[in-house]
Design a binder for this molecule. Structure first.
Ligand SMILES: Cc1cc2nc3c(=O)[nH]c(=O)nc-3n(C[C@H](O)[C@H](O)[C@H](O)COP(=O)(O)OP(=O)(O)OC[C@H]3O[C@@H](n4cnc5c(N)ncnc54)[C@H](O)[C@@H]3O)c2cc1C
Length: 488
């Protein structure tokens, strides 16, 4: 298959200072942070594209710093990570808005739990956190149920498009010299004389590195075992969601949480940064790390829970359902140098608030590697910026006309639901997103009301034209996920 980015899947064996296993939001932040130094970095990802693990299916919330006690590393990294997002947004141009978070108590007897969250937030240093009366809360969020008893407001909370964040981090890291290997499932490792790891993929490719970071999400336990590291078991915990069309009249202005349960933050109503609404997630332990099924019973439960907070939610607005798996491992993140495997850093058990904490995880792991002996000298020409890319949907007619004059593909709307032009699809493919899901997460084409019913065929033809691949090489998300039985 033809490859598009100059340093995507470079020839192996290659020699690196650091190899990062897994390119979700943790691996991507670590790679980007390390790319500021004069070291060689390899990012090894088993999927066909980045952000195809837990980082693609979550609530997309920038948490507000009040849900966890500061005795936990995750609470401290959540606060730090949250504060890093404004600068990251300026540098990397991903969809992000600080819309604030509300926790709504539906009965007076829930107010005690809200007060506890408030005190925890204050102790953690969550900026601007406020304990609210019923009136104040309804003023902040008029779509809330009038039965609300009161609650909490955290103005520092927000919403982001998680995959666009990862794509931008990876683009930035690669621009600054990091190499990305996709379809590279690390399946064997050997520590060699001279203090280097040799890592091998299932298909026989190999890289060498002095240090290895295990950021393999749900599979961090298996990766640890491959390296002779600590024995632990990641237990998946499933979260199911409903997605509502942006035409819904039930879109709140802020993220609305219920009072948390002992195992999860509860089922929420989330206005996404793209104008749609998410309702969920559930929190159910599952055995299978590939179990992404949604069930009518759970979805019913989600809907009922959402409606108690935002009564105007309507089933008519539901576009689709999906599920994500939390890589659960005890109460806290497990980010430490391995005590068993040399030059090996564990970044495991990164469940919520992993997305929020991820920029701080990047900083934390950089410091761990430095303490382990990795020499870090700043790179003189490090460029933190990635290109600001226009999106048809956000442009004025005049701005769009200017782009069409330069490239008529801006005038060819491929996805009508999300208003995505051919030019944007081409851009995604040329950046290396050559599966249907990769194009979807980069452009939002196939994410609207018709869920790709009208545009999938057109997108396949554009991918074929741009990549030189034949119809039977186009997949939904890599591997064997081919979708055509016959040529279009
Ligand atoms: C339902 C749900 C809701 C959530 N909501 C939020 C939220 O609103 N806010 C928030 O802050 N956090 C949230 N989280 C948590 C957040 O999504 C995770 O903490 C984060 O995405 C974890 O990122 P990661 O990079 O550690 O793991 P992943 O994204 O899973 O990345 C790991 C990568 O490693 C790759 N990999 C695995 N094995 C190998 C191998 N052998 N070789 C090479 N590559 C390999 C995988 O393919 C994968 O791409 C939520 C999580 C869930 C499930």
């Amino acid at each position: 298959m033809k490859r598009f980015l100059p340093n995507l899947n470079p020839p192996s064996p290659a020699d690196y200072d650091v190899a990062i296993i897994g390119c979700g939001v943790s691996g991507a932040n670590i790679a980007r942070r390390l790319s500021a130094y004069q070291i060689k970095i390899a990012v090894l990802e088993k999927a066909a594209d980045v952000s195809f693990g837990t980082s693609k299916a979550n609530s997309g919330i920038l948490h507000g710093g009040f849900h966890h006690n500061k005795k936990y590393l995750k609470a401290r990294l959540e606060i730090q990570g949250n504060l890093m997002f404004d600068q990251l947004r300026r540098e990397l141009d991903f969809p992000f808005r600080r819309c604030g978070i509300i926790v709504a108590a539906l009965h007076d007897d829930e107010m005690k739990a809200v007060e506890h969250l408030y005190m925890q937030g204050v102790e953690n240093g969550a900026l601007g956190i406020e304990l609210c009366s019923r009136e104040r809360l309804l003023d902040l969020e008029p779509k809330l149920s009038p039965d609300t008893a009161g609650g909490l407001y955290a103005p520092g909370g927000g919403i982001i498009e998680p995959y666009r964040f990862v794509f931008a981090l990876v683009e930035s890291a690669m621009k600054n010299g990091a190499d990305l290997y996709t379809d590279f499932r690390v399946s064997a490792a050997e520590y060699r004389e001279g203090g280097r790891w040799k890592l091998q993929s299932e298909d026989g490719r190999a890289v060498e590195a002095r240090y290895v970071v295990n950021a393999a999400g749900l599979f961090a336990d298996e990766v640890s075992r491959i390296f002779g590291g600590e024995e632990f078991t990641i237990k998946p915990r499933k979260g199911e969601y409903f997605l509502m069309d942006r035409l819904t009249r039930a879109c709140p202005g802020r993220v609305v949480f219920p009072v948390p349960t002992p195992v999860s933050k509860g089922m929420l109503v989330i206005p996404t940064v793209e104008g749609t609404v998410l309702v969920g997630p559930t929190a159910d332990p599952v055995e299978d790390k590939a179990d992404f099924a949604t069930t009518p019973e759970r979805l019913e439960q989600i809907f009922d829970a959402g409606k108690t907070m935002i009564p105007s939610l309507s089933r008519n607005d539901v576009i689709t359902s999906f599920a994500g798996l939390r890589p659960s491992l005890g109460e806290d993140f497990y980010i430490e140098p391995s005590k068993k495997a040399p030059a090996f850093v564990q970044v495991a058990g990164i469940q919520s608030p992993g997305l929020t904490a991820s920029p701080a995880i990047g900083e934390y792991v950089k410091n761990l590697l430095k303490d382990m002996g990795l020499k870090l000298t700043e790179k003189p020409g490090w460029d933190p910026l990635v290109k600001d890319r226009p999106r048809s949907r956000e442009l004025s007619p005049f701005e769009l006309d200017e782009l069409i004059a330069r490239d008529p593909a801006w005038g060819n709307v491929v996805c009508r639901c999300e208003n995505v032009s051919e030019a944007e699809i081409v851009q995604a493919v040329r950046l290396g997103h050559h599966t249907l899901d990769g194009v979807k997460y980069f452009t939002r084409a196939q994410m609207g009301r018709c869920q790709g019913g009208f545009c999938t065929g057109k997108i396949i033809k554009i991918i074929m034209r741009e990549t030189g691949c034949s119809w039977n090489e186009i997949t939904k998300h890599g591997g064997g996920s081919r979708i055509l039985e016959a040529a279009l």
